[in-house]
Design a protein around this ligand. Structure first.
Ligand code: AMP
Ligand code: MG
Length: 422
């Protein structure tokens, strides 16, 4: 039989060029699709405010109490009725006793009199204005000061900060330390929060071994799983280690079946393209209603989105750099929607570049970057296997979908890992 001679493929100048006639999804379009399709899947629970730091509120919080609950003094000094004293010097008798924080003056202050008052003390009846003690000469039983006084000065009105019945924190807010102060001050001791999502992480690939194990020259240590589990932890989710699976469809199937009973979302890495050993995408298209999103993004590109027995799966690329970028750019905002936090996408900061790059039109690029002396520098190599660059970087620089020519001084968008919540 005559075998047809084969010849090597023509070498392309730019092997990263986007294939002709294939439609690639721009990042912003993918983001719109995620926003349209995903919503909170997390259950809710009641938690003490002391346990609520970093939790996502499942309901708006309404103040039970005004702050301050009654008018009080903002300074240490003497309280008078402002309207009783005009311009010029005044010598005024003081009533016996004083008003201190938590120990109010019980009587009513007569017209033309002053009462000693301390910061945070309730304003007694009959007075509305506080003169700073530094602005007063005090002797036994009387004080001297100069008018005019601004009526109401140095006094806080009841509810001037928060009114009972006001919405103090919106639904979906992630509780901060400052929020705890507002909640406590407003008489709130418990909030309704979304339960943190349990997110499983699975690595796939015959070449992977566990850190600490001996490895042959053909094997590599699983770098994605520790990174992804740690990212999830920092983002406030409950990371669930699903281990490693070889490139074996049955094995992956069993692992996913078991995981689906125990987690809310699954992140996998590896095997997400359409190669011979890309069992993740093959399995997901057989059984999980796979949506293979070909993203117009570098690094990254294939992202396998599927549902496995009701559990959303994000099939990330295996390259650690692409896995991290795709987690930040797609899985992180998607998880925010699923967790009840709502859409999350950092603005970043426009800063001058200290590097040069010519970028072609047609895809968005994320480079490992950090800020040095107010300028954005990028890692020496764009190779997506260069794991060391991830740890060198403090963030990413986002280059737009369209063509861009960057020279030192060009403003570029820098998104720090902190901006992403890491
Ligand atoms: P894949 O997406 O499975 O084709 O993998 C792409 C590249 O990433 C290959 O060089 C893999 O060896 C590598 N890779 C896949 N998974 C991991 C992992 N968990 N840790 C480190 N490298 C990985
Ligand atoms: Mg693989």
């Amino acid at each position: 039989m005559n075998k047809k001679p084969i010849s090597p493929p023509e070498l392309k100048n730019d092997c990263f060029a986007l294939p002709a006639g294939v439609s690639w999804t721009p990042v912003s379009e993918a983001h719109t699709l995620l926003q349209e399709r995903l919503s909170a899947i997390a259950a809710t629970e009641t938690v003490l405010i002391t346990e609520s730091l970093g939790r996502i509120l499942a309901k708006p919080v309404v103040a039970l109490r005004s702050n301050p609950p009654s008018p009080n003094s903002a300074v240490d000094g003497y309280a008078i009725r402002g309207a009783d004293f005009g311009d010029g010097p005044h010598i005024v008798p003081c009533v016996k006793g004083r008003s201190a924080a938590g120990q109010p003056y019980s009587g009513s202050v007569p017209k033309g009199h002053a009462v000693r008052i301390l910061t945070g003390a309730t304003m007694p009846d009959g007075v509305d204005t506080v003169i700073l003690q530094e602005d007063v000469t005090a002797t036994e039983g009387q004080i001297a000061f100069h008018g005019p006084l601004k009526i109401g000065s140095n006094a806080r009105e009841a509810g001037e900060d928060v009114l009972a019945g006001d919405v103090i924190l919106r639904q979906s807010r992630v509780v901060t330390p400052a929020d705890l102060a507002v909640l406590a001050a407003s008489g709130i001791s418990e909030v309704t929060a979304y339960k943190p999502l349990r997110v499983g992480v699975l690595s796939t690939g015959d070449e992977l071994v566990e850190a600490g194990d001996t490895a042959t020259g053909d094997q590599i240590y699983d770098a994605n799983r520790p990174m992804l589990l740690a990212m999830l932890h920092q983002l406030g989710y409950i990371p669930i280690d699903l281990g490693r699976a070889p490139d074996d469809r049955e094995h992956i199937r069993n692992t996913l079946n078991e995981a689906a009973t125990n987690v809310d979302v699954i992140l996998t890495s590896g095997g997400a393209s359409a190669g011979d050993e890309d069992h993740m995408s093959a399995l997901l298209s057989e059984n999980g209603g796979l949506m293979q999103w070909r993203m117009a993004i570098k690094p990254g590109r294939p992202l396998a989105l599927a549902m496995w027995q009701g559990v959303p799966i994000f099939g990330l690329p295996g390259n650690p750099v692409a896995a991290m970028v795709c987690t930040l750019v797609f899985a992180r905002p998607a998880l925010a929607l699923l967790s009840g936090q709502g859409w999350f996408w950092p603005e970043g900061t426009m800063l001058p570049a200290s590097f040069s790059k010519f970028k072609k039109a047609g895809r968005r690029e994320y480079l490992r970057a950090r800020v040095n002396d107010g300028k954005v520098e990028v890692f020496q190599s764009e190779g997506s296997g260069r794991i060391s660059g991830l740890s060198w970087a403090d963030g990413l620089v986002e280059l737009p979908d369209e063509a861009a020519e960057i020279t030192p001084g060009t403003q570029v968008r820098y998104m720090s890992f902190t901006d992403f919540g890491l």
